[in-house]
Ligand binder design. Structure first.
Ligand SMILES: [Mg+2]
Length: 166
């Protein structure tokens, strides 16, 4: 397996990841990036459809865990509590340290864990380094020029994977 940050799966939005899909892939723990994956930057509470989605995942016996690089504890905590999931902030992705801590805490092996996020060089790379399944979500909103530029720089890894990396 290479450490090039190619996602294993891609979805347009978080709620497109179904419990059936995760069960089929043997995922017991789905770690979630927060900003632009669960909600746009600046949003203070998760929308109703996201709460329903989280409930459907949990009902299938799959754990959820927010792993955010954000430093704003209040906001991350509000989201985590609304969704009823544990959280880690200041995760410093692409470091795999916090995803590994979450797996240890819940006694889940890397092959039974996935990390879903909108960024290649933090979320997908962190998942690769932690040995878990990387799932790429299309960013909810590219609300400023820097986010848009980063999205362009990620382009090589958003295209279908070259065969050599399979
Ligand atoms: Mg993000």
């Amino acid at each position: 397996m290479s450490f090039l940050p190619f996602p294993k799966y891609k979805f347009q939005k978080l709620s497109d990841i179904t419990a059936d899909f995760l069960v089929e892939k043997g995922v017991e723990l789905l770690m979630l990036d927060l900003d632009n994956t669960v909600a746009p930057y600046g949003a203070e509470t998760p929308p109703e459809h996201t709460l329903c989605w989280a409930e459907s995942i949990r009902a299938a016996g799959i754990g959820l865990y927010i792993i955010s690089n954000s430093r704003k504890e209040g906001r991350v905590k509000t989201f985590a509590q609304a969704l009823g999931v544990p959280y880690i902030l200041r995760a410093k992705k692409p470091s795999p340290r916090k995803p590994r801590e979450a797996m240890l805490a819940l006694d889940v092996k890397p092959e039974n864990a996935a990390l879903a996020g909108d960024q290649i060089y933090t979320d997908v790379l962190s998942a690769k380094l932690a040995g878990v399944t990387p799932i790429l979500i299309r960013p909810i909103k590219l609300s400023n020029p820097l986010l848009a530029l980063r999205y362009v720089l990620e382009a090589p890894f958003r295209r279908p994977r070259p065969r050599a990396d399979v």
